[in-house]
Each structure stands twice: as structure tokens, then as C-alpha cells.
Design a binder for this molecule. Sequence first.
Ligand code: MLC
Ligand code: AMP
Length: 504
Amino acid sequence: MSNHLFDAIRTAAPGDAPFIRTAEGRTWTYNNALALSGRIASAIDTLGVRPGDRVAVQVDKSAEALILYLACVRSGAIYLPLNTAYTLAELDYFFGNAEPRLVVVSSVMRESVETIARPHGAVVETLNADGTGSLLDLAKDERDDFVDASRSADDLAAILYTSGTTGRSKGAMLTHDNLLSNALTLRDYWRVTADDRLIHALPIFHTHGLFVATNVTLLAGASMFLLPKFDPDEILSLMPKATMMMGVPTFYVRLLHNPRLNRDTASNMRLFISGSAPLLAETHIEFKSRTGHAILERYGMTETNMNTSNPYEGERIAGTVGFPLPGVTVRVTDPATGTELTAEETGMIEVKGPNVFKGYWRMPEKTAAEFTSDGFFISGDLGKIDGQGYVHIVGRSKDLVISGGYNIYPKEVEGEIDQLDGVAESAVIGVQHPDFGEAVTAIVVCKPDAVLDEKAILGALQDRLARYKQPKRIIFVEDLPRNTMGKVQKNVLRQKYSDLYATT
Ligand code: MLC
Ligand code: AMP
């Protein structure tokens, strides 16, 4: 039987070579990690999870959590990672929409998650940051030699939820080949080999930390230093032993604040990669002058995996996201007519290739709306391709805030604020922020005679929205600026409050 993604991972695995080195000093060899993935796959099977069933996972970062992802791939289950910041209210929606057979959370969350997962037909097991938990207890007695479920290139490997500009989050369906083809392309494009040691400080519930970082490492037979979270001192201490790092721009901004960052500390490093949000040209330039390394910026999306990358050899141009990856077609079209534009003209970025997802889970209309009739995915990003072929992202047509690499859709935050007593209406915008790139900021109009302050609104949002979606500031105004069509002019608000965080 063949399992499209896992067969490739197994073939690339270099036996007793290290795969993961944890912050606690434990080393997982490929053999040990694959053996545990077999035991977990058996445990999942014993729990009644069948190929095509969803396994929703909201756990802290650990080697065992990555191995659980591998176990799901082997067992044919669809892996559904969830941000650890999501509140119970948010989880309830995901469980209702995805109907997972199994939900895995940390032990402290078990009881509360059970109350919302059970009505949706899921069983709940646990996995903690230290690798303990009921799932691992079940796996202990299972055999290593699990017979992998047969999965073809087009079968689903994962569903990752992305927020929507209108309404609720959509589950992006990613196939075995979406993940495999993209990881193989990136491995070769970035020259990743078994000699590489990656600093992995990203969360593992998103494309960046889960697929780009982990699948590329696996398919190169390389190894990673798995850090629980971003910590600049820890990263600087690891650099002399590592060769690569992948991060969001906030990583690089924060590293630049650390006096230990210099050419010596970074001399063993081969490659620094940035993505998920725009890297300011000034960050690229400053990093180069401090370390001698030109950060390689690439561009991706949950729905498409990675689309473009600056070259490994050749010039990495600050403020660009490089060339379309081999096998990926990127074009720029007129957003109004869909006509393809020529070099240097700005329009909608559209993408086609084996990297592009299969559609949104149980949302055929939303899927159809985001593809052109000739099969290109409409990214919602505005950009241009210059005369040399480099892609530039110049803005977004989607109403989206990207804060520290996390996406926040204003509509969702506005929906929560507008429900509060005393609020007449609100507009949520992204305001330039020196650390997070953009900061979620709410502009609120109160009802006449309502007594509301910033603290009251933030307090009310506490249990409704994940922390990173909550506004960093609330501004009260009499009216929102509107155009002649009555639409709120968010560009006017963004301009007006552009200095709000200038001294943060
Ligand atoms: C944490 N907070 C954030 C935040 N992260 N607020 C806004 N935006 C964020 N990104 C909250 C915390 O809960 C905390 O709240 C306060 O802000 C300050 O926290 P911190 O200690 O400064 O944050 P930290 O834990 O250091 O996290 C910051 C970060 C992290 C940038 C390291 O957010 C991160 O790892 N981001 C990476 C996201 C990512 O992987 N994106 C990839 C998406 S895939 P308080 O007030 O309670 O203290 C994708 C496709 C592609 O986009 O192309 O890759
Ligand atoms: P997500 O939905 O979390 O996958 O976020 C995808 C979005 O992140 C893209 O549509 C872009 O808007 C943005 N993005 C990713 N990489 C970059 C980059 N290098 N520069 C600018 N924006 C980026």
C-alpha cells in the first residue's frame, strides 16, 4: 500500500541520525520518531479514527506533537492543528464545522474541551508540552510497525482554518501532494541537505512552522532545534551550532534589538528565511550590515503553501518576495476585469500549481468564488512582477491585519465589539507597529449616553477572542468616516492613527 506523503518521508529518513533536539536536551533520532509515530498511529486506529476522519489538535509545541502529525499522515487521518490561543468559543465553531473524530488537548484543558467536543461526536485525549498525556499512555502498549493507510496524491492530509473576510473561518483542504510537492521544491530551492540544522522557534499550528519548517527538514533528512517559542537569547546561543532559521519579520526585528547579534554569532549560519508578513526593507538592510546575511524572503499562504522565493544564489532583493517557485505559475491581473497585466503593472496576484489547495471544507461556493475559470487561486494580495521577474507585494485587497505573522480578519473582531452593550458600531484596522508590523486597533462609536471605556471593551473580549486578535488599543470617536456609498473609509482611519504606536 502506498501513502503518498509518508512514503517520501520514510524514504528520506536517515535512520539513527538526529531529527529533533529539544530545549531540554533530548535528541529524537529519525528511527525513534518514526517508531513513536507508528505507535501513535496504532493508538489512533484503536480509538476508532479511520482514514478521512479529522483529528483536531490544540497542544503546546513538543517533539511528540510533531510526531502526532506524522502519525495522522500515516493513519490516513486529516490533521487539523489549532492555535493554542483559541478560546473555547472559537473551538466550538471548529469542532462543529470539521466534526473531528478525535480531539487532542493538554490535560488542563480536557474537562472544558470535552463539554464542547462530545456533542460534536469527538473523543478527547491529551498530550502535554512535556510529552505526557493519555494519548501517549495509549500508544505505549501499541506496536511500532503500523501498516500505513493507503493514501493517494489527491487525498487530504490536513485542514488548516483561515479566517474569512466575510463570516466564519474556512478550512483550507490540503492534499498529500500539496504538502509533498511544495516541500520537495523548497528543499531543492534552498539547498537544504542532511547537514542542515534548523532553528525551529515558530508555532506548529500554521503552514510556516508545520509544513515549511518541518516537512522540508524531514525530506532533507536534516535536523532541528525545537524551541517551545521565540526567545532571542536562546536563538543567539544556538546559532553557532545551527545552519538555518525560518521566522516571521518580528523575529528579525527582535533579534536586531539584541546586542549579541553580530557577524561572529551568525558565522555558522547558512540561511535566514523570512515570510508570513512583509519584511521591511530597512530590517533586511540592517540585518545584512550586522550579520553579513541577506535574509531570504519568500511568500506563501495557508491555501497555497509557498508561491515565490528570493533566490538562493543570485540577488535577494529587499522588499520583494522573489521569483515564482519551479512548477508554480504566478500572474497579476486587473482586479476589475481579470485581464492579465504586464510587467510593472500592479493588480491582483493569482496562483496556480501543485501547491494550491483543493478548496474550503464543506464550502463549495466560497471555493468557487476564489478561483478563476482557468483554475488560478485569487490570493487577495495586490502586487506586481518587475522587469527582472521579481514579485513585489504592494498591498491587500482583502480586509486583513497581519500582526506578528498571525492573520486577523477585522470583521470577526468588529462582530464581537458591535455586540457589546453601549456600542453603536466599530471599525477594526491594522496600524503600523514597530514590533508586530501591524497592531489590531479598534475605532469605536458609542451609543448616546453609553458609558464605555477601553478596559471594559477589552475585558468583554477576553473570553471571546484569542489574545492576538484582541485590539492593542481602542479609540473612541463620534462618527466613522464614510464615502458616498456609506462604506467606512478604513484608509482614512489608518492614515489618521498611523503614529499611534510610533513610540511603543
Ligand atoms: C502574541 N501576542 C500577540 C502576538 N503574539 N499579539 C499580536 N500579534 C501577535 N502575533 C500577544 C501575547 O498574547 C501577549 O499578550 C502580547 O501579545 C505580547 O506577547 P509577546 O510575549 O510579545 O509575544 P510572543 O509570545 O513573543 O509572540 C510573538 C511572536 C509570535 C511574533 C513570536 O506571535 C509568533 O511566533 N508569531 C509567528 C506566527 C506564525 O507562525 N505565522 C505563520 C502563519 S502561516 P499579553 O497582553 O497577554 O501579554 C502564513 C503563511 C506563510 O502566514 O506565508 O507563512
Ligand atoms: P495566512 O492566511 O496566514 O496563510 O497568510 C497568508 C498571507 O500572508 C498572504 O496572503 C500575504 O498577505 C501574507 N504574506 C505571506 N508572506 C508574505 C511576505 N513575504 N510578504 C508580504 N506578505 C506576506
